[in-house]
Design a binder for this molecule. Structure first.
Ligand SMILES: *Cc1c(COP(=O)(O)O)cnc(C)c1O
Length: 359
């Protein structure tokens, strides 16, 4: 028996992705690379619903978010950050770190962001240069209604909308241009079933124009420099070409399965996981209507401690899961089901968890 990897990231790689990476690194100035870059760009544009050129930065997802915040806003810009968990809190910290003037719309961990509430927060905030939201909150297993949230922003102001879609993109439909999203960030190691190492950043013309008008405060993570390179079928600096080959193979697989089929597999597996949980007497942390298709969070019964539960799951059941974050660290287990998984593996992990924690 091999380990059933149900972490919230990095996620398991399909054999085709592993295979694509078993080659000598190519030059990022070679024509073979440009062809691969063009193929990857076209897949990502369709997946994210954008005509903008997605940029590939050699960093984890946080680097992509830092590129967004440091490029499109100048110090003193007024932004509203919506937070429903750890990753929302990171957007708040990041905005502070770059000297932005901050308004927040914070809800307790486990809740979902209500578009009406975001709208009211925008109205209360006065002039805003930006609004920052998390699409899928990985720390609580909640999927925010991004389309409706974007509509709430677009109907009220022309602030630039920045979205952390790191644990959503590749698992749920996104129509960046149609919904009016200005910067969308994701990363290779979550639903895109590739190794860690690449942040994907797509930026609207308005976001790029804002970046061009304030060119200070970054060099490597520069959106305009990277967009110019992307137009040439390459990156501004040496990318992790091996990871990029893996990501291209992963997108090719998703394209072959059909993006709608991929989304449906995520939705149905997540629903089956929650049903099984409840049948076995456990609960899901998120409200059912906003339950994440990529991560299921399970509050533990009293007297169960997540680090111990994880150890027993790994040793006796060969199941690897993630713990809670923040004050839920010892009180929650998080089961990842994004990218490359079969439904029975996820259900197996849920059953094993119940076997360990239920009396
Ligand atoms: C994983 C994740 C990130 C980025 O984390 P990195 O470790 O920097 O890749 C950001 N936001 C969300 C919602 C995530 O799930």
């Amino acid at each position: 028996m091999t380990m059933n990897h149900r972490l919230t990231g990095p996620t398991p790689l399909p054999p085709a992705v592993l295979h694509a990476m078993m080659q000598q690194p190519v030059s990022h100035r070679a024509e073979t690379f440009r062809a691969q870059h063009r193929e990857l760009t076209a897949h990502l544009q369709r997946l994210l619903g954008t005509r903008s050129l997605p940029m590939l930065f050699a960093s984890s997802g946080t680097g992509g978010l830092e590129a967004a915040v440091s490029n499109v806003f100048r110090p003193g810009a007024r932004v509203l950050v919506a937070s429903i968990g750890l990753f929302g809190e990171r957007l708040i910290e990041m905005s502070r770190a770059f000297g932005l003037e901050l308004a927040t719309c914070c809800k307790p961990w486990g809740s979902v962001l209500d578009p009406e509430e975001l709208g009211l927060a925008i109205e209360r905030s006065g002039h805003l240069d930006g609004v920052l939201v998390t699409h899928n909150e990985t720390s609580t297993g909640v999927l925010n209604p991004l389309r409706e949230l974007a509509a709430a922003v677009r109907s009220r102001c022309d602030a630039l909308l920045v979205v952390d879609a790191v644990s959503a993109a590749g698992a749920v439909p996104i129509a960046m241009d149609q919904w009016g999203i200005d910067v969308l960030v994701t990363a290779s190691q979550k639903a895109l079933m590739s190794p860690p190492g690449l942040a994907v950043v797509a930026a609207s013309p308005a976001a790029l124009a804002s970046a061009a008008s304030c060119p200070r405060g970054r060099y490597y993570l520069d959106l305009n420099r990277m967009t110019d390179a992307a137009a040439e079928g390459t990156t501004a600096f040496t990318p992790p070409v091996t990871t990029l080959a893996g990501l291209t193979a992963a997108l090719r697989m998703m394209d072959a399965e059909g993006f709608e089929g991929v989304f449906q597999r995520h939705r149905e597996t997540a629903r089956a996981a929650r049903l099984t949980l409840r049948t076995l007497g456990l609960d899901c942390f998120s409200p059912e209507a906003a339950a994440s298709p990529t991560v299921t969070c399970v509050p533990l019964p009293r007297m169960c401690f997540a680090s111990q539960v994880r150890r027993v799951l790994a040793e006796r059941h060969e199941v690897a899961v993630s713990q809670g974050r923040g004050c839920w660290k010892e009180r929650m287990i998080r089961i990842g089901h994004m990218g490359h998984f079969r439904c029975d593996e996820v259900i197996g992990a849920v059953r094993a968890l119940a076997a360990v924690v239920m009396p």
